[in-house]
Design a protein around this ligand. Structure first.
Ligand code: VGL
Ligand code: ZN
Length: 205
């Protein structure tokens, strides 16, 4: 397949990492199933950006960092409510590596996120205070890439936060749902789909 998409479009591949796939520390059901389709989309896009969840050991989003807390609970931090997760995507570990089947070599940029100990970062654009930028918006603007297609893991967390921020920043934003899988914590998947639709994200089935 050749690059069929327009030259002003970027594919953003969110967190296709071992820890979000079956057998991983924060496994998303069917997370590995998206890899063949993601690879076809990578092949079809002239511009590809990857994100990589990249936490230091002891990160504040880990339940294990807070006495008496269990994974999938939540606590209030300075920037708002933070869901607590099992330890995952620790810098330099196998769990933080991209899925072995992902065709990542073509990527122009890998944005790492969640590397500050005291703040999580679901979105590819901002940390969870929704204010501290990762630099991705500047990169895409400078490179003349206003049209985005998002795929990856997880639909209701890092993909949804990224898509909502992309719209907020004025990018034309499409999420290819067949190439995403969700965590679905307390109805989070339906809520994320509703919120994305309302924000003008194109949801492709
Ligand atoms: C993610 C929870 C914690 C994601 C990352 O990639 O959706 N979710 N860290
Ligand atoms: Zn994380």
């Amino acid at each position: 397949m050749t690059a069929a998409n327009a030259d002003n479009e970027a594919l953003i591949v969110i967190d296709v990492q071992n820890d979000f796939c079956p057998g991983g520390a924060l496994a998303v059901a069917g997370g590995d199933e998206i890899v063949p389709l993601v690879n076809r989309l990578i092949d079809a896009h002239a511009h590809v950006v990857l994100t990589q969840d990249w936490h230091p050991a002891g990160h504040s989003s880990f339940a294990s960092s807070h006495a008496g807390q269990a994974p999938f609970g939540s606590i209030d931090l300075a920037y708002g409510t933070q869901t607590l997760w099992p330890d995952h995507c620790v810098q330099g570990t196998r769990g933080a590596e991209f899925h072995a089947g992902l065709a990542w070599t073509k990527a122009e940029l890998v944005i790492r996120k969640g590397f500050r100990p005291g703040i999580d970062s679901y979105s590819a654009f901002f940390e969870n205070d929704r204010k501290t930028p990762t630099g991705l918006a500047g990169y895409l603007r400078e490179r003349g890439l206003p049209r985005l297609t998002l795929v990856g893991l997880a639909t209701d967390y890092c993909v949804a936060y990224s898509a909502l921020d992309a719209r907020r920043l004025g990018f034309t934003t499409r999420v290819e749902l067949a190439a995403c899988r969700g965590i679905d914590l307390g109805g989070s998947l339906q809520a994320a789909l509703t919120e994305m639709r309302a924000a003008g994200v194109e949801l492709a089935a």
